[in-house]
Design a protein around this ligand. Structure first.
Ligand code: IPM
Ligand code: MG
Length: 368
């Protein structure tokens, strides 16, 4: 068997800094666990634009289609704010999602005990929180046609289209139900069926799939605005939240903040199985490129490292090694390791990005 292959697209801002720590973790698994990956690297986002004039070169897209998994850092930055929409850094990311057909975006929001005090919510509301948002990632208003800015009656009109086919709803619903079965067996589906036809279809298809094949899973439906409210009122009522592309974008930022810091949240974007049985996959932290702290060695690498843990679990069937990595992170947090984003009012000296990588590697060493 050849080594599994990884394409690293570190991107912009803090992307390369946090990815440097992931590379050390990957090397550790090769050295100490006999789990060696063939790693290649390329550019995405503003970094790709600077070199190629586009946020994702065709050759990079082709490589992404061939590897077992893509690890992405972050894209974007103020330097690129005035670029034409078609070449903005985000377009590179959206192209990867669309062309790899990564329709199921898994965004776990887990509150580590050591960080329960960092949430903007009361500790007892978030302690022990463990929810999974399954966001549809390749359709809806992000991609629907028609779209654009047109002139009508001498006036500019901005248009985007929310569009979902039954098949698109069905496949992401199945992904959510399958996941729920491995967790607490509950799915809450969120849309706006009270105002949107696409929401009515969403609710109908989710209900049909449930009745046909997943009647053992507990299913509920909620309007997405109520869902946002419930997420901050009593987030522990949820297990898996299933929702569309735009609502998922918003609800996942909200859920992320429950856990104390956006610097902690990983994600997996999964598509159909490839010839080798592994799903098409890309893993990335939920946080962005954080231009305000980029280049200073301050960023928290944990979200990106946890994204690699998700790769171990979902692409490489190495659940026990994913557990090991997650436990190492839990351990260093319990021991008080903190990057700047995790500093409480009591202060202290924050660890640098690299120092956080160091202590996680030490905890990994201690685990074998
Ligand atoms: C996310 C991000 C992206 C999105 C941006 C960077 C295009 O906010 O992954 O949540 O809107 O999907
Ligand atoms: Mg977002």
């Amino acid at each position: 068997m050849p080594n599994p292959s990884l394409l690293i697209l570190a991107g912009d801002g803090i992307g390369p800094e946090v990815m440097d720590e992931v590379k050390r973790i990957i090397a550790w698994f090769g050295d100490k666990r006999d789990l060696t990956f063939d790693v290649s690297e390329d550019l995405v986002g503003g970094a790709a634009y600077d070199k190629h004039g586009v946020p994702l070169a065709d050759e990079t897209m082709a490589k992404a289609q061939e590897v077992d998994a893509v690890l992405l850092g972050a894209v974007g930055g103020p330097k690129y704010d005035d670029l034409d929409f078609s070449v903005k850094p985000e377009r590179g990311l959206l192209r990867l999602r669309k062309e790899m057909d990564l329709f199921a975006n898994l965004r776990p929001a887990q509150c580590f005990d050591a960080l329960a005090d960092f949430s903007s919510l009361k500790k007892d509301v978030v302690a022990g929180l463990d929810i999974m948002i399954v966001r549809e990632l390749t359709s809806g208003v992000y991609f629907g046609e028609p779209r654009g800015i047109h002139i009508e009656d001498n006036m500019r009109v901005g248009i985007n289209t929310q569009r979902y086919t039954e098949a698109e709803i069905e496949r992401v619903a199945r992904a959510a139900f399958d996941l729920a079965r491995k967790r607490s067996n509950k799915v809450c589906s969120m849309e706006k069926a009270n105002v949107m036809e696409s929401g009515i279809l969403w609710r109908d298809v989710v209900t049909e799939v449930h009745q046909a094949d997943y009647a053992d899973v507990e299913l509920s439906h909620m309007y997405a605005d109520n869902g946002a409210m419930q997420l901050v009122r009593a987030p522990k009522q949820f297990d898996v939240i299933l929702t569309d592309n735009l609502f998922g974008d918003i609800l996942s930022d909200c859920a992320a903040m429950l856990t104390g810091s956006l610097g902690m949240l990983p994600s997996a974007s999964l598509g159909l199985p490839m010839a080798n049985g592994r799903p098409k996959a890309m893993y990335e932290p939920v946080h962005g490129s954080a231009p305000d702290i980029a280049g200073q060695g301050k960023a928290n690498p944990i979200a990106c490292i946890l994204s690699f843990a998700m790769a171990l679990r979902y692409s490489f069937d190495e659940g026990a090694e994913a557990d090991r990595l997650e436990a190492a992170i839990e351990k260093v947090l319990a021991d008080g390791a903190r990057t700047g984003d995790l500093m409480g009012p009591e202060g202290g000296t924050p660890l640098s990005t690299k120092q956080m990588g160091d202590v996680i590697l030490q905890a990994l060493d201690a685990s074998v």
